[in-house]
Design a protein around this ligand. Structure first.
Ligand code: SF4
Length: 264
C-alpha cells in the first residue's frame, strides 16, 4: 500500500474510533502485514462486509488510484514552460471518497510553495465557507483544473489565469480525479474553472445559482473566493452562501436557522 493510502486508512480508522459506535479491530498479524505494505482486510464492527467496512475498503482503493495519478502529475512536463517555472505540482487534497468536490482554476504563489490547493487568502476563505457548512477540509476534496502554477514574467507580482490551451492540456488529470472520487456533487469556483471543466464561457451572473451537470454529476457554479476578497459587499457573500445552501439541500444535510440567515 502506498503511504498516502496508508495514511488515509489510519485516519479513517481513527475517525471511526472517535465516533465510538464500532471499534475497528485487526489482528497482530494483520497490523504487521499493513505496516509491511501487504494487502489486509480491515475489520470494522462485526464484519468487514458491513456498510462501513465496504465504504472503508472503497475509500482505500480510491486513495491508491489517486496516488498513482498524483505520481504521473508530479513527473508531468506536457507544458514545458510550466514544468520549468513551478516549484512543485499541486495535485489536490481531501477525502478520496468525498461526496462533495470543489474545483478551482490553478495554483497561485502560495499553493505553488506549499504543494496544496487553496492555502492562500482565498483558500482560507474557502475553509471558512466549508466550516459554515459544517464541513472540514478533510471531508471534501479540493482540486484545480491546472496542476502547475501559471508562470509570470520575472519580477512581476500576483498570479495570472491559465490559458485555454494550458487548461485543455491538464484537464485529463482532473477528469481522472473526478472519475475515481465519484462525488455526489461538484462545485466549480469561478468562470475560469467552468471554462476548463465544461469548455463553455459565460458570466457568473448567467452561470451561478442554478444546477448544471458534468457527466451526470450535479454541478453548482459559484464565485471564486478571490472575488469575495475583492468585493466584500454582504450581498455578494450572500450569493455564494445561497449557492452553498443549494449544495447542502442536495446533499440532504441539515440546515439550521442560523445557516439559512447568513448575510441577510
Ligand atoms: S499544468 Fe498539468 S499538463 Fe501542464 S505540465 Fe503541469 S501537470 Fe502537466
Amino acid at each position: 500500500m502506498t503511504q498516502p493510502a496508508l495514511d488515509f486508512v489510519i485516519a479513517a480508522l481513527e475517525r471511526i474510533r472517535e465516533k465510538g459506535d464500532h471499534a475497528p479491530r485487526a489482528s497482530r498479524t494483520a497490523l504487521a502485514r499493513l505496516q509491511d505494505g501487504e494487502p489486509v482486510a480491515v475489520f470494522v464492527g462485526e464484519t468487514s462486509a458491513s456498510p462501513i467496512g465496504r465504504r472503508l475498503q472503497e475509500a482505500r482503493h480510491k486513495a491508491e488510484l489517486l496516488a498513482s495519478v498524483r505520481e504521473r502529475v508530479g513527473a508531468c512536463t506536457k507544458c514545458a514552460h510550466l514544468a520549468c517555472s513551478r516549484t512543485q505540482t499541486v495535485f489536490g487534497v481531501g477525502n478520496p471518497d468525498a461526496d462533495l468536490m470543489f474545483i478551482g482554476e490553478a495554483p497561485g504563489a502560495d499553493e505553488d510553495q506549499q504543494g496544496e490547493p487553496f492555502v492562500g487568502r482565498a483558500g482560507q476563505l474557502l475553509t471558512r465557507i466549508l466550516k459554515a457548512m459544517n464541513f472540514a477540509r478533510e471531508d471534501v476534496y479540493i482540486a484545480n483544473i491546472l496542476k502547475c502554477r501559471p508562470d509570470t514574467p520575472p519580477g512581476s507580482f500576483g498570479n495570472r489565469p491559465p490559458t485555454p490551451t494550458e487548461m485543455q492540456t491538464c484537464r485529463p488529470y482532473l477528469v481522472e480525479q473526478i472519475q475515481i472520487i465519484q462525488p455526489s456533487i461538484l462545485v466549480a469556483l469561478g468562470a475560469v474553472a467552468v471554462e476548463g471543466l465544461l469548455g463553455m464561457r459565460g458570466t457568473m451572473r448567467e452561470l451561478r445559482g442554478r444546477w448544471h451537470s458534468y457527466n451526470g454529476i450535479p454541478l453548482m457554479i459559484t464565485y471564486h473566493p478571490a472575488y469575495l476578497l475583492r468585493n466584500q459587499a454582504p450581498s455578494e457573500k450572500r450569493k455564494v452562501w445561497e449557492d452553498m445552501l443549494h449544495v447542502l439541500e442536495r446533499l440532504e444535510r441539515p440546515i439550521s436557522e442560523r445557516q439559512r440567515n447568513y448575510f441577510l
